[in-house]
Design a protein around this ligand. Structure first.
Ligand code: HEC
Length: 120
């Protein structure tokens, strides 16, 4: 009986640990995939900011920013995070209508304006 409780406890601790580790990685994975420049290429966010985003890239960005909005960054006010993610989502939805309509996206994807308050 005691052993079973112990095993259950371990299982819960393990699962909780795995779940939080995965949640922590969402923002960081999106940053690496879409914001950071791969070698010798413009990152997706730059291509999109230049009005050269493909509809697939724009759709992926939308999904990613929606996922990001559900996360909590290590630092900063939740209300500020929600606002920044909402601005990104709204800007990308505009791009879906017109990929050249980049002014809101450029504003919303400002790295420093979000990293200063929210990057740990
Ligand atoms: C809406 C907010 C927001 C915007 C805009 C943003 N970032 Fe981030 N970024 C974050 C947060 C929060 C983290 C910390 C993620 C973590 O470690 O959990 C981060 C982390 C990163 C990382 C580290 C990833 C890693 O774990 O190795 C890179 C690289 C990065 N951002 C690049 C950029 C670039 C380049 C831009 C601008 C083109 C940008 N980000 C715009 C919020 C943002």
């Amino acid at each position: 009986m005691k052993q079973r409780i112990l095993i259950t406890t371990f299982a819960i601790v393990f699962l909780a640990g795995a779940a939080s580790a995965r949640a922590d990685g969402v923002i960081s994975d999106i940053m690496k995939k879409y914001h950071k420049a791969p070698q010798g290429e413009d990152p997706v966010c730059k291509q999109v900011s230049n009005g050269e985003g493909t509809s697939d890239q724009i759709a992926e960005l939308l999904k990613s920013y929606e996922a990001m909005a559900k996360e909590k960054p290590e630092k900063g006010q939740p209300s500020s995070w929600e606002e920044k993610c909402a601005a990104l989502i709204a800007a990308v939805k505009k791009l879906q209508k017109d990929p050249k309509d980049v002014s809101d996206y450029k504003k919303a994807v400002n790295c420093k304006a979000c990293h200063d308050p929210h990057k740990g």
